[in-house]
Write a protein that binds this ligand. Structure first.
Ligand code: HEM
Length: 923
């Protein structure tokens, strides 16, 4: 009979230390902090998931099944809690990653004792956890009364196997040592079996079972009749088991390299920790699929989370006009959408918020009802016929709605204000607004359940506004969208109202004609401002415009005499702003001849650049003061200049000068408070756009000698003097001139940006669904045409990157009667020329734009010949030599999409033509 260890042995090291190492019992090196962190995090995760599951099952679904929390799951959780306690005890006796020679033998006994129970508790947690999973999944995936399918057979077999194997291992484990006490007191007389085969067997079985649990539902999910993204979504939810597989494999590795006669305590602490994580994962597999239900609409949890989000949103943006506007909109959200009450919205709502296991079975029996087709309303095809198919749904906020209009104010105020593809809270301040589990659910929702998830588009754009914001920063949004067109081929229907992105001005201005979202309000403004650029008004304004063009030509003459290179962007911007200064405020800005106001054309783009950022990435409006501060110098200069113009003008009687101010402040005109915003926009709309049209035309003419020669011949053959070049039938007969302008603004649109539109429903309570290409677009979602991308689409324009004015001179529809294909292509091409936008919100200044551009170009060619500057200077505004991108080739005029088009160049050199220039100096 063996004697127990002496007092001295019990106080000595549990293992002989390596040579030269002195045992440290008082403060042994350890990783206890790490161990406690791992256990605490795991516990927090599993407990949260468990509570959410209970909430979802008991409160939301009012289902309390025996296999749920009540028995199997509950038992699994009980063993899990005991397991946590036992590992904490182990840490207390031994510690994590403590070498055995730093542990006294008496503590080894305690440690081994708790390690024994740890293994035992682990085995039972796994037994009950996995059985609970298999039982529940069998209930979900097997329709009662249906034939015994693969899942039924496989899951039943696995349940039996699971119970049998874990019970066998537990029994074996208990019987390992005889007497039982010998498990932790090695000196007690008796006998123990070799642990290694048992341990290796159990880790191998574990991996096999984990893999099976991982793969079993996948087979079912991928055979269900659901959209691809939805399947991916379910698949992800049911893939939490991957974590369990990972930890099982890690544990298996540790067990195989375990030295049972060496520093075993050190190694055991690692395997025990991993065992705990593995059980946590198994419990997560059990709970996670039920969690989305807990957040589905109408649950208390949903409302609490929503109210919190709404509250934080309101805190950050309550003071802005933008939020007042959007709250106003949401409060008028209609109860129904579509001619069949709630049909589409209800589906959207279901998909958007709830991943219910029980719903899976439901869906299987709803085969074929998965899409949002609008055929039943009969509206899709008719609407679509009016527009060209390609477009893009680029998201912003989706206000989704549940069944009826009788919702609480909390529900109404938060309305799941989500970007169609991007979670607003993530876009700018990820860490401050969402925790990691919300983030997980959010991303799963975005990718797998969002109503717009089926729209093709860049992956990142589904998740965040940063995608668009990044390209807006670069001023290359137009090029990027063009590329997306090539890739994704998205269709659209633009006619509803301006998108809510226009509400994001970041400043206190009232909405202007361009940004106002209420269509009735827009009609009122347009009626007033339209008069400023009406044919009648332009006729009386024409002499003033003509004078400004003459000043421009005189500047060119001066430069030509000194063989100066003229940067046309600078020259045309000055002309544009001088013209609009007169038109808007009867104000002689004289930027063409004097330096004082030259900062105006130089700074005007800063203002719209920042606005463009808000439109593309609305969350940036939250940091409007920061952005304004960054760009403040230029923006303030520009704004002060416009303010000064307004102040000067308002000091004179309204009818003193026939300008914008006189018209809009007349009877039935605009309110004084609206004047500022309108004036600001008017100056930009009228000043920069025409300049871009002229620069584009001059650039392309300088690259295409044939077109140049043909246009020069037309102008010089039509008129007998530069003075005769005035708006009217003779100028209108210059069809090649018009073709050159049309082709230039196609290739270089002065407003290349997306034109956001949104369903009018929230504003007007109409009950027509917003249909784009046969898909119902939820209220609050913005869709757009991207002008630049549209006008570079080879489907509509043959050789879109070639300057071919002749395409606009092709015979009209009547001339090609009999050739219906040709007719159709021409018609499509003309409809796809959308430089001035479409519909009620299209450009109000189109006539003025053509008038100013054609007069200026015709007169340039009457008085001068011009050429591109030689050398490096001649490359200004060109794309890059050797570029692989068509839009970036040297013969393409480079513009930067800042809502308007920013550019530089072309650099041209002018030579006066014959003696015609004398006309210019004679006045
Ligand atoms: C070639 C020159 C021009 C082009 C390509 C152009 C293009 C556009 C575009 C694309 C829009 C936006 C349409 C939308 O949001 O759907 C627009 C709006 C507008 N443009 Fe122009 N524009 C040009 C010149 C002018 C000029 C010279 C003026 C007047 C001085 C002007 C005044 C306006 C106004 C007032 C609007 C707002 C219309 C509304 O929302 O009702 N534009 N323009």
């Amino acid at each position: 009979m063996e004697l127990g260890p002496s007092e001295q042995q019990l106080n000595g090291p549990a293992l002989a230390p390596p040579d030269g190492v002195v045992p440290n019992f008082t403060n042994p090196p350890n990783q206890n902090a790490l161990g406690i962190a791992v256990i605490s995090i795991s516990l927090a995760l599993a407990t949260t998931a468990g509570l959410l599951r209970v909430y979802s099952r008991v409160i939301v679904s009012a289902k309390l099944r025996i296999e749920d929390c009540k028995l199997l799951g509950l038992i699994a959780f009980a063993f899990y809690a005991a397991l946590a306690w036992s590992i904490f005890a182990y840490i207390g006796y031994v510690g994590i990653l403590v070498h055995q020679w730093n542990v006294q033998l008496k503590n080894l006994v305690e440690g081994a004792h708790s390690a024994f129970f740890t293994t035992f508790l682990y085995t039972f947690s796994m037994l009950f956890g996995k059985t609970a999973i298999l039982v529940e999944w069998a209930r979900i995936f097997v329709i009662p009364g249906s034939k015994r399918n693969f899942f039924y057979v496989a899951s039943r077999a696995m349940i039996i196997l699971n119970v049998a194997i874990y019970t066998a291992f537990s029994l074996l484990f208990i019987l390992f040592c005889n007497p039982l006490e010998k498990n932790w007191k090695s000196w007690v007389p008796g006998h123990c079996l070799d642990h290694r085969p048992h341990d290796i067997a159990i880790v191998s079985v574990n991996i096999a079972l984990d893999l099976f649990i991982l793969l079993l539902p996948q087979k079912m999910i991928w055979t269900l009749n659901m959209s691809l993204n939805r399947r991916i979504g379910f698949s992800i939810v049911f893939s939490v088991g991957l974590l369990a597989c990972g930890t099982a494999i890690g544990r298996a590795y540790l067990v195989t390299i375990l030295d049972y006669h060496g520093d075993i305590l050190y190694e055991l602490s690692k395997t025990n920790l991993l065992a705990f994580v593995e059980v946590t994962c198994v419990l997560l597999v059990f709970c996670v699929p039920a969690i989305p239900r807990a957040f589905s609409e109408k649950t208390l949890l949903f409302r609490v989370v929503s109210a919190l989000r709404s509250w934080t949103q309101q805190l950050t943006s309550l003071s802005t006009e933008r939020l007042r506007q959007s709250n106003h909109d949401t409060s008028r959200f209609p109860p129904t959408i579509g001619s069949e009450p709630n049909k589409h919205i209800q589906r959207v709502s279901d998909e958007g918020h709830s991943i219910s296991l029980a719903d899976l079975r439901l869906m299987e029996s709803q085969r074929g009802e998965e899409n949002y087709s609008i055929e039943s309303t009969g509206q899709g095809s008719a609407e679509r016929g009016q527009y060209l198919g390609k477009g893009i749904v680029i998201t912003t906020q989706v206000d989704q709605q549940a069944e009826t209009g009788s919702r609480s104010s909390v529900e109404r105020s938060i309305e799941l204000r989500q970007h169609g593809w991007a979670p607003p809270s993530f876009t700018l301040f990820p860490s401050t607004q969402l925790n990691s589990s919300t983030a997980f659910i959010f991303f799963v929702h975005r990718l797998a359940f969002h109503p717009l998830r089926n729209y093709p588009g860049p992956f990142l754009a589904k998740l965040t506004y940063c995608y668009g914001g990044f390209y807006a920063f670069k001023g290359r949004h137009h090029v990027n969208t063009y590329k997306n067109f090539q890739k994704y081929d998205i269709y659209f229907n633009p006619h509803v109202t301006k998108g809510s992105a226009y509400g994001h001005s970041g400043g206190p201005e009232k909405p202007n004609l361009f940004t106002v979202r209420d269509n009735a309000e827009h009609r009122r403004k347009r009626r007033v401002i339209g008069q400023v650029v009406s044919d009648r008004s332009l006729r009386s304004f024409c002499p003033m415009m003509s004078d400004q063009i003459d000043i421009f030509l005189k500047q060119l003459l001066r430069s030509s005499r000194q063989s100066e290179i003229v940067n046309m962007t600078v020259a045309c911007n000055r002309l544009g702003i001088d013209v609009v200064g007169h038109l808007a405020f009867g104000c002689a800005l004289k930027t063409q001849t004097e330096a004082t106001n030259r900062f105006i054309p130089e700074t005007m783009f800063s203002s719209i650049y920042v606005n463009n950022l808000y439109y593309t990435w609305p969350k940036l409006a939250n940091i409007a003061p920061v952005l304004r501060w960054i760009a403040s110098k230029k923006i303030d200069l520009f704004r002060h200049a416009v303010e000064k113009m307004i102040a000067e003008r308002t000091s004179k009687p309204a009818n003193a000068i026939p300008d914008f101010y006189a018209v809009v402040t007349g009877e039935g005109g605009l309110d004084r408070s609206e004047l500022w915003g309108e004036a600001l926009f008017f100056v930009l709309a009228g000043g920069s756009t025409v300049a871009t049209a002229m620069c584009g035309a001059l650039f392309h003419l300088s690259w295409h000698p044939d077109a140049y020669a043909r246009l020069a011949a037309e102008i010089r053959g039509t008129f007998s003097s530069g003075r005769d070049i005035q708006p009217g039938p003779v100028l209108a007969s210059c069809t090649y001139l018009r073709a050159v302008i049309d082709e230039s603004i196609r290739m270089t649109p002065p407003s290349p940006s997306p034109l956001w539109r949104e369903s009018e429903v929230p504003l007007s309570s109409k009950s027509q669904p917003f249909v784009v290409d046969g898909h119902v677009i939820p209220p609050g979602t913005e869709v757009c045409i991207h002008l630049w991308a549209m006008m570079h689409d080879p489907e509509y324009f043959k050789d879109p990157f070639s300057f071919i004015p002749d395409r606009w001179l092709l015979p009209t529809d009547e001339d090609v009667s009999g050739n219906s294909k040709e007719q159709e292509l021409r018609a499509i091409m003309r409809r796809a020329h959308v430089a001035f936008g479409l519909g009620d919100r299209s450009c109000a200044g189109k006539s003025m734009a053509y008038m100013e551009t054609s007069m200026t170009l015709a007169r340039i060619l009457w008085y001068f010949d011009f050429d591109r500057a030689t050398g490096e200077a001649g490359k200004l505004g060109c794309g890059r030599k050797g570029s692989r991108e068509k839009w970036d080739e040297p013969n393409q005029f480079q513009i930067y999409d800042v809502l308007g088009a920013d550019h530089d160049g072309p650099n041209l050199v002018f030579q006066p033509r014959g003696k015609h220039w004398q006309e210019l100096t004679s006045t």
